[in-house]
Write a protein that binds this ligand. Structure first.
Ligand code: SAH
Ligand code: SF4
Length: 358
Protein backbone atom coordinates (compact mmCIF):
# COMPACT_ATOMS: atom_id res chain seq x y z
CA UNK A 1 0.00 0.00 0.00
CA UNK A 2 1.08 3.59 0.27
CA UNK A 3 1.49 4.39 -3.41
CA UNK A 4 -1.26 6.15 -5.34
CA UNK A 5 -2.85 4.46 -8.35
CA UNK A 6 -2.23 6.25 -11.61
CA UNK A 7 -5.42 4.84 -13.14
CA UNK A 8 -7.39 6.95 -10.63
CA UNK A 9 -6.34 10.08 -12.53
CA UNK A 10 -8.28 11.67 -15.35
CA UNK A 11 -5.98 13.02 -18.04
CA UNK A 12 -6.63 16.56 -16.82
CA UNK A 13 -5.61 15.58 -13.27
CA UNK A 14 -2.45 13.96 -14.56
CA UNK A 15 -1.64 17.01 -16.68
CA UNK A 16 -1.80 19.12 -13.52
CA UNK A 17 0.70 16.77 -11.83
CA UNK A 18 3.38 16.34 -14.50
CA UNK A 19 5.10 19.26 -16.21
CA UNK A 20 5.03 20.07 -19.04
CA UNK A 21 1.47 18.85 -19.38
CA UNK A 22 1.95 17.09 -22.75
CA UNK A 23 3.69 14.39 -20.71
CA UNK A 24 0.25 13.34 -19.48
CA UNK A 25 -0.75 12.40 -23.02
CA UNK A 26 2.49 10.42 -23.45
CA UNK A 27 1.92 8.53 -20.19
CA UNK A 28 -1.68 7.77 -21.18
CA UNK A 29 -0.47 6.48 -24.50
CA UNK A 30 1.96 4.12 -22.79
CA UNK A 31 -0.67 2.81 -20.42
CA UNK A 32 -3.82 2.63 -22.52
CA UNK A 33 -2.37 2.00 -25.99
CA UNK A 34 0.96 0.26 -25.39
CA UNK A 35 -0.20 -1.53 -22.24
CA UNK A 36 2.91 -0.55 -20.27
CA UNK A 37 2.89 -1.92 -16.74
CA UNK A 38 5.82 0.07 -15.36
CA UNK A 39 7.06 3.63 -15.71
CA UNK A 40 10.54 2.29 -16.48
CA UNK A 41 9.26 1.18 -19.90
CA UNK A 42 8.15 4.71 -20.86
CA UNK A 43 11.25 5.55 -22.84
CA UNK A 44 10.26 8.96 -24.15
CA UNK A 45 9.97 10.33 -20.59
CA UNK A 46 12.99 11.86 -18.86
CA UNK A 47 14.67 9.39 -16.51
CA UNK A 48 14.06 11.60 -13.46
CA UNK A 49 10.35 11.72 -14.21
CA UNK A 50 10.18 7.95 -14.60
CA UNK A 51 11.84 7.56 -11.22
CA UNK A 52 9.58 10.09 -9.51
CA UNK A 53 6.49 8.43 -10.92
CA UNK A 54 7.74 5.00 -9.82
CA UNK A 55 8.22 6.33 -6.27
CA UNK A 56 4.74 7.81 -6.04
CA UNK A 57 2.50 5.64 -8.23
CA UNK A 58 1.49 2.13 -9.11
CA UNK A 59 -0.20 1.44 -12.43
CA UNK A 60 -2.26 -1.74 -12.05
CA UNK A 61 -4.28 -1.94 -8.81
CA UNK A 62 -5.31 -5.56 -9.41
CA UNK A 63 -4.05 -8.94 -10.54
CA UNK A 64 -5.69 -12.07 -11.89
CA UNK A 65 -6.45 -14.44 -9.01
CA UNK A 66 -8.48 -16.91 -11.03
CA UNK A 67 -9.75 -17.27 -14.57
CA UNK A 68 -12.41 -19.54 -16.07
CA UNK A 69 -12.86 -19.92 -19.82
CA UNK A 70 -16.15 -21.10 -21.27
CA UNK A 71 -16.56 -23.02 -24.51
CA UNK A 72 -18.54 -20.09 -25.98
CA UNK A 73 -15.59 -17.70 -25.56
CA UNK A 74 -16.77 -16.09 -22.32
CA UNK A 75 -13.99 -15.60 -19.78
CA UNK A 76 -14.68 -14.91 -16.16
CA UNK A 77 -11.97 -13.26 -14.07
CA UNK A 78 -11.58 -13.05 -10.36
CA UNK A 79 -9.31 -10.07 -9.69
CA UNK A 80 -7.46 -9.49 -6.45
CA UNK A 81 -7.19 -5.87 -5.37
CA UNK A 82 -4.27 -4.36 -3.47
CA UNK A 83 -5.97 -4.93 -0.11
CA UNK A 84 -6.56 -8.61 -0.92
CA UNK A 85 -10.30 -8.22 -1.62
CA UNK A 86 -11.63 -9.88 -4.78
CA UNK A 87 -14.06 -8.84 -7.51
CA UNK A 88 -15.39 -10.41 -10.69
CA UNK A 89 -15.18 -9.22 -14.27
CA UNK A 90 -16.57 -11.02 -17.32
CA UNK A 91 -15.30 -10.83 -20.90
CA UNK A 92 -17.96 -11.67 -23.46
CA UNK A 93 -17.39 -12.25 -27.13
CA UNK A 94 -20.48 -11.47 -29.15
CA UNK A 95 -21.33 -12.78 -32.61
CA UNK A 96 -18.96 -12.16 -35.50
CA UNK A 97 -21.78 -10.52 -37.38
CA UNK A 98 -24.23 -8.38 -35.54
CA UNK A 99 -26.65 -5.56 -36.20
CA UNK A 100 -25.95 -2.53 -34.10
CA UNK A 101 -28.60 -0.23 -32.63
CA UNK A 102 -28.55 1.99 -35.72
CA UNK A 103 -29.27 -0.97 -37.99
CA UNK A 104 -25.78 -1.31 -39.49
CA UNK A 105 -24.29 -4.75 -39.92
CA UNK A 106 -21.03 -5.12 -38.05
CA UNK A 107 -18.71 -7.88 -39.19
CA UNK A 108 -16.00 -7.57 -36.59
CA UNK A 109 -16.29 -9.66 -33.46
CA UNK A 110 -17.72 -7.48 -30.75
CA UNK A 111 -16.59 -7.58 -27.19
CA UNK A 112 -18.31 -6.60 -24.00
CA UNK A 113 -16.72 -6.30 -20.59
CA UNK A 114 -18.98 -6.67 -17.58
CA UNK A 115 -17.36 -4.75 -14.71
CA UNK A 116 -17.85 -4.56 -10.95
CA UNK A 117 -18.27 -1.27 -9.10
CA UNK A 118 -18.13 -2.41 -5.46
CA UNK A 119 -16.78 -5.23 -3.33
CA UNK A 120 -20.12 -6.72 -2.28
CA UNK A 121 -23.35 -4.75 -2.38
CA UNK A 122 -25.62 -2.94 0.09
CA UNK A 123 -28.86 -3.49 -1.79
CA UNK A 124 -29.32 -7.06 -0.62
CA UNK A 125 -31.44 -8.60 -3.38
CA UNK A 126 -32.82 -11.98 -2.28
CA UNK A 127 -31.83 -13.75 -5.53
CA UNK A 128 -28.28 -12.42 -5.80
CA UNK A 129 -25.20 -14.21 -4.59
CA UNK A 130 -23.18 -10.99 -4.32
CA UNK A 131 -25.70 -9.76 -1.75
CA UNK A 132 -25.09 -12.78 0.48
CA UNK A 133 -21.60 -11.59 1.39
CA UNK A 134 -22.82 -8.12 2.40
CA UNK A 135 -21.00 -4.92 1.52
CA UNK A 136 -17.27 -4.39 1.94
CA UNK A 137 -16.30 -1.21 0.09
CA UNK A 138 -16.65 0.94 -3.01
CA UNK A 139 -14.18 0.49 -5.85
CA UNK A 140 -12.09 3.49 -6.79
CA UNK A 141 -12.32 4.89 -10.32
CA UNK A 142 -8.93 3.31 -11.07
CA UNK A 143 -10.10 -0.12 -9.92
CA UNK A 144 -13.08 0.15 -12.29
CA UNK A 145 -10.89 1.29 -15.20
CA UNK A 146 -8.28 -1.38 -14.47
CA UNK A 147 -10.77 -4.21 -15.04
CA UNK A 148 -11.23 -3.25 -18.69
CA UNK A 149 -7.55 -2.55 -19.22
CA UNK A 150 -6.49 -5.86 -17.64
CA UNK A 151 -8.99 -7.84 -19.71
CA UNK A 152 -7.86 -6.16 -22.94
CA UNK A 153 -4.25 -6.90 -22.04
CA UNK A 154 -4.92 -10.51 -21.09
CA UNK A 155 -6.67 -11.13 -24.41
CA UNK A 156 -4.03 -9.30 -26.44
CA UNK A 157 -6.72 -7.10 -27.89
CA UNK A 158 -5.30 -4.35 -30.07
CA UNK A 159 -5.73 -1.02 -28.34
CA UNK A 160 -7.96 0.45 -31.07
CA UNK A 161 -10.47 -2.45 -30.99
CA UNK A 162 -13.81 -1.13 -29.80
CA UNK A 163 -15.65 -2.75 -26.99
CA UNK A 164 -18.71 -2.14 -24.87
CA UNK A 165 -18.86 -1.83 -21.13
CA UNK A 166 -21.77 -2.95 -19.01
CA UNK A 167 -21.76 -2.07 -15.32
CA UNK A 168 -23.44 -5.33 -14.37
CA UNK A 169 -20.83 -7.06 -12.25
CA UNK A 170 -20.74 -6.97 -8.48
CA UNK A 171 -22.19 -3.97 -6.69
CA UNK A 172 -24.72 -1.22 -7.33
CA UNK A 173 -23.05 1.34 -9.63
CA UNK A 174 -25.27 4.25 -8.57
CA UNK A 175 -24.36 3.64 -4.93
CA UNK A 176 -20.80 4.57 -5.97
CA UNK A 177 -21.78 7.37 -8.30
CA UNK A 178 -18.78 9.66 -7.87
CA UNK A 179 -16.19 7.01 -8.71
CA UNK A 180 -18.42 5.58 -11.42
CA UNK A 181 -18.71 8.99 -13.11
CA UNK A 182 -14.96 9.44 -12.96
CA UNK A 183 -14.35 6.01 -14.47
CA UNK A 184 -16.84 6.75 -17.27
CA UNK A 185 -14.95 9.98 -18.02
CA UNK A 186 -11.59 8.16 -18.07
CA UNK A 187 -13.00 5.46 -20.38
CA UNK A 188 -14.35 8.10 -22.77
CA UNK A 189 -11.07 9.99 -23.18
CA UNK A 190 -9.97 9.74 -26.79
CA UNK A 191 -6.30 9.60 -25.84
CA UNK A 192 -7.05 6.59 -23.65
CA UNK A 193 -9.44 3.69 -24.09
CA UNK A 194 -11.81 5.89 -26.10
CA UNK A 195 -15.04 4.11 -25.21
CA UNK A 196 -17.86 6.53 -25.91
CA UNK A 197 -20.79 7.00 -23.55
CA UNK A 198 -23.13 5.22 -25.94
CA UNK A 199 -20.99 2.10 -25.57
CA UNK A 200 -21.36 2.14 -21.78
CA UNK A 201 -24.46 0.87 -19.99
CA UNK A 202 -25.06 1.45 -16.30
CA UNK A 203 -27.30 -1.20 -14.77
CA UNK A 204 -29.13 -0.22 -11.63
CA UNK A 205 -31.49 -1.83 -9.19
CA UNK A 206 -33.36 1.48 -9.26
CA UNK A 207 -32.03 4.21 -6.96
CA UNK A 208 -34.35 6.74 -8.60
CA UNK A 209 -32.76 9.88 -7.13
CA UNK A 210 -29.36 8.73 -8.37
CA UNK A 211 -30.79 7.97 -11.81
CA UNK A 212 -31.69 11.67 -11.93
CA UNK A 213 -28.19 12.65 -10.79
CA UNK A 214 -26.55 10.46 -13.43
CA UNK A 215 -28.82 12.06 -16.03
CA UNK A 216 -27.82 15.55 -14.88
CA UNK A 217 -24.15 14.66 -15.31
CA UNK A 218 -24.88 14.29 -19.03
CA UNK A 219 -22.20 11.65 -19.63
CA UNK A 220 -24.08 10.16 -22.60
CA UNK A 221 -24.30 6.69 -21.09
CA UNK A 222 -27.20 4.27 -21.32
CA UNK A 223 -29.12 2.90 -18.41
CA UNK A 224 -30.51 -0.52 -17.79
CA UNK A 225 -33.09 -0.92 -15.06
CA UNK A 226 -33.17 -4.18 -13.11
CA UNK A 227 -36.94 -4.24 -12.82
CA UNK A 228 -37.60 -7.96 -12.22
CA UNK A 229 -41.17 -7.48 -10.97
CA UNK A 230 -44.28 -5.54 -12.01
CA UNK A 231 -45.85 -5.00 -8.62
CA UNK A 232 -44.28 -3.45 -5.56
CA UNK A 233 -45.05 -6.37 -3.28
CA UNK A 234 -42.97 -8.90 -5.22
CA UNK A 235 -40.33 -6.31 -6.11
CA UNK A 236 -39.86 -5.48 -2.43
CA UNK A 237 -39.41 -9.18 -1.67
CA UNK A 238 -36.74 -9.44 -4.36
CA UNK A 239 -35.12 -6.01 -3.86
CA UNK A 240 -35.75 -4.73 -0.32
CA UNK A 241 -34.74 -1.20 -1.38
CA UNK A 242 -37.94 -1.06 -3.44
CA UNK A 243 -39.74 0.04 -0.29
CA UNK A 244 -37.85 3.33 -0.50
CA UNK A 245 -37.67 3.61 -4.30
CA UNK A 246 -40.80 2.01 -5.66
CA UNK A 247 -41.64 1.08 -9.24
CA UNK A 248 -43.50 4.34 -9.96
CA UNK A 249 -40.53 6.45 -8.81
CA UNK A 250 -38.19 4.48 -11.06
CA UNK A 251 -40.45 4.79 -14.11
CA UNK A 252 -40.69 8.56 -13.50
CA UNK A 253 -36.89 8.86 -13.24
CA UNK A 254 -36.48 6.87 -16.48
CA UNK A 255 -38.85 9.25 -18.24
CA UNK A 256 -36.64 12.18 -17.19
CA UNK A 257 -33.36 10.50 -18.18
CA UNK A 258 -31.64 11.95 -21.30
CA UNK A 259 -31.67 9.25 -23.95
CA UNK A 260 -30.21 9.40 -27.43
CA UNK A 261 -33.15 9.59 -29.86
CA UNK A 262 -32.08 6.37 -31.57
CA UNK A 263 -31.69 4.38 -28.38
CA UNK A 264 -33.91 2.59 -25.91
CA UNK A 265 -33.86 2.12 -22.16
CA UNK A 266 -33.18 -1.47 -21.28
CA UNK A 267 -35.33 -3.12 -18.65
CA UNK A 268 -33.85 -6.28 -17.22
CA UNK A 269 -36.39 -8.79 -16.04
CA UNK A 270 -35.00 -11.71 -14.10
CA UNK A 271 -37.44 -14.54 -14.69
CA UNK A 272 -37.98 -16.78 -11.68
CA UNK A 273 -39.99 -19.97 -11.90
CA UNK A 274 -43.54 -19.61 -10.55
CA UNK A 275 -42.83 -16.09 -9.28
CA UNK A 276 -42.97 -13.72 -12.21
CA UNK A 277 -42.98 -15.95 -15.30
CA UNK A 278 -46.75 -15.83 -15.98
CA UNK A 279 -48.65 -13.92 -18.65
CA UNK A 280 -50.50 -11.78 -16.09
CA UNK A 281 -47.08 -10.33 -15.22
CA UNK A 282 -46.30 -9.92 -18.91
CA UNK A 283 -49.54 -7.99 -19.38
CA UNK A 284 -48.75 -5.69 -16.44
CA UNK A 285 -45.26 -5.15 -17.84
CA UNK A 286 -46.65 -3.99 -21.17
CA UNK A 287 -48.87 -1.50 -19.34
CA UNK A 288 -46.04 -0.26 -17.14
CA UNK A 289 -43.75 0.45 -20.08
CA UNK A 290 -46.40 2.24 -22.11
CA UNK A 291 -44.99 5.49 -23.51
CA UNK A 292 -41.34 4.56 -22.87
CA UNK A 293 -38.91 3.64 -25.65
CA UNK A 294 -38.02 0.44 -23.89
CA UNK A 295 -36.37 -2.85 -24.64
CA UNK A 296 -36.90 -5.76 -22.28
CA UNK A 297 -34.17 -8.27 -21.64
CA UNK A 298 -35.43 -11.48 -20.08
CA UNK A 299 -32.82 -13.20 -17.92
CA UNK A 300 -33.04 -16.79 -16.74
CA UNK A 301 -32.62 -16.96 -12.98
CA UNK A 302 -29.37 -18.83 -12.51
CA UNK A 303 -29.69 -21.02 -9.41
CA UNK A 304 -26.78 -21.55 -7.04
CA UNK A 305 -26.35 -23.82 -4.07
CA UNK A 306 -28.80 -22.78 -1.37
CA UNK A 307 -30.75 -20.33 -3.54
CA UNK A 308 -34.46 -19.99 -2.78
CA UNK A 309 -35.65 -19.70 -6.37
CA UNK A 310 -35.90 -21.87 -9.47
CA UNK A 311 -34.89 -21.50 -13.09
CA UNK A 312 -37.87 -20.96 -15.45
CA UNK A 313 -38.48 -23.25 -18.40
CA UNK A 314 -37.48 -22.06 -21.85
CA UNK A 315 -41.09 -22.58 -22.97
CA UNK A 316 -42.35 -20.11 -20.33
CA UNK A 317 -39.63 -17.65 -21.28
CA UNK A 318 -40.62 -17.84 -24.94
CA UNK A 319 -44.32 -17.41 -24.14
CA UNK A 320 -43.49 -14.34 -22.07
CA UNK A 321 -41.36 -12.94 -24.87
CA UNK A 322 -44.01 -13.64 -27.51
CA UNK A 323 -46.62 -11.83 -25.44
CA UNK A 324 -44.47 -8.72 -25.13
CA UNK A 325 -43.55 -8.72 -28.80
CA UNK A 326 -47.20 -9.19 -29.80
CA UNK A 327 -48.03 -6.11 -27.75
CA UNK A 328 -45.37 -3.93 -29.31
CA UNK A 329 -42.61 -4.24 -26.68
CA UNK A 330 -39.17 -5.14 -28.02
CA UNK A 331 -37.93 -8.14 -26.07
CA UNK A 332 -34.90 -10.40 -26.13
CA UNK A 333 -33.98 -13.42 -24.06
CA UNK A 334 -30.49 -13.20 -22.63
CA UNK A 335 -29.00 -16.57 -23.27
CA UNK A 336 -26.76 -17.03 -20.27
CA UNK A 337 -23.33 -16.97 -21.73
CA UNK A 338 -20.72 -19.05 -20.02
CA UNK A 339 -23.23 -21.37 -18.40
CA UNK A 340 -20.54 -24.04 -18.09
CA UNK A 341 -18.51 -21.70 -15.92
CA UNK A 342 -19.70 -19.90 -12.79
CA UNK A 343 -21.58 -17.37 -14.87
CA UNK A 344 -23.91 -15.40 -12.64
CA UNK A 345 -22.80 -12.49 -10.60
CA UNK A 346 -20.94 -13.54 -7.46
CA UNK A 347 -20.56 -17.21 -8.32
CA UNK A 348 -16.85 -17.33 -9.09
CA UNK A 349 -15.99 -15.51 -5.90
CA UNK A 350 -18.17 -17.94 -3.95
CA UNK A 351 -16.31 -20.86 -5.53
CA UNK A 352 -12.94 -19.42 -4.55
CA UNK A 353 -14.12 -18.88 -0.96
CA UNK A 354 -15.43 -22.46 -0.71
CA UNK A 355 -12.20 -23.88 -2.00
CA UNK A 356 -10.15 -21.81 0.43
CA UNK A 357 -12.40 -22.96 3.27
CA UNK A 358 -11.97 -26.64 2.41
N1 SAH B 1 -26.51 -3.85 -9.06
C1 SAH B 1 -26.84 -3.66 -10.42
C2 SAH B 1 -25.81 -4.22 -11.37
C3 SAH B 1 -25.18 -5.50 -10.97
S1 SAH B 1 -26.23 -6.94 -10.84
C4 SAH B 1 -28.20 -4.22 -10.73
O1 SAH B 1 -28.76 -4.92 -9.90
O2 SAH B 1 -28.70 -3.90 -11.81
C5 SAH B 1 -26.22 -7.41 -12.51
C6 SAH B 1 -27.34 -8.33 -12.94
O3 SAH B 1 -27.10 -9.64 -12.45
C7 SAH B 1 -28.72 -7.88 -12.48
O4 SAH B 1 -29.58 -7.64 -13.56
C8 SAH B 1 -29.16 -9.07 -11.66
O5 SAH B 1 -30.50 -9.24 -11.82
C9 SAH B 1 -28.36 -10.22 -12.24
N2 SAH B 1 -28.31 -11.36 -11.33
C10 SAH B 1 -28.00 -11.38 -10.03
N3 SAH B 1 -28.13 -12.64 -9.52
C11 SAH B 1 -28.51 -13.42 -10.54
C12 SAH B 1 -28.79 -14.81 -10.66
N4 SAH B 1 -28.70 -15.65 -9.63
N5 SAH B 1 -29.18 -15.27 -11.88
C13 SAH B 1 -29.25 -14.45 -12.94
N6 SAH B 1 -28.98 -13.13 -12.90
C14 SAH B 1 -28.63 -12.62 -11.70
FE1 SF4 C 1 -26.62 -5.59 -5.60
FE2 SF4 C 1 -27.40 -5.84 -8.17
FE3 SF4 C 1 -26.92 -8.04 -6.63
FE4 SF4 C 1 -29.06 -6.52 -6.16
S1 SF4 C 1 -28.63 -7.69 -8.05
S2 SF4 C 1 -27.64 -7.29 -4.59
S3 SF4 C 1 -28.29 -4.48 -6.61
S4 SF4 C 1 -25.43 -6.51 -7.26
Amino acid sequence: MGKLCLLDCTKAELAALVKPSFRAKQIWNWIYHQYATSFGAMQNLPKAMREELTQAYDIMPLKIARKECSSDGTIKYLFELRDGKTIETVWLKMKDEAIDDEGNVEHEARFTVCVSTQVGCKVGCSFCLTAKGGFTRDLSAGEIVAQVLAVKMDNNLAAHRRLNIVYMGMGEPLDNLENLAKAITIFKDEDGLSISGKRQTVSTSGLSTKIDKLGEMDLGVHIAISLHAVDDELRSELIPMNKAYNIASIIDAVKRFPIDARKRVMFEYLVIKNKNDDLVSAKKLVKLLHGIKAKVNLIFFNPYEGSDYGRPTRADMTKFQDYLEAHGVLCTIRDSKGLDISAACGQLKEKELNEVAQ
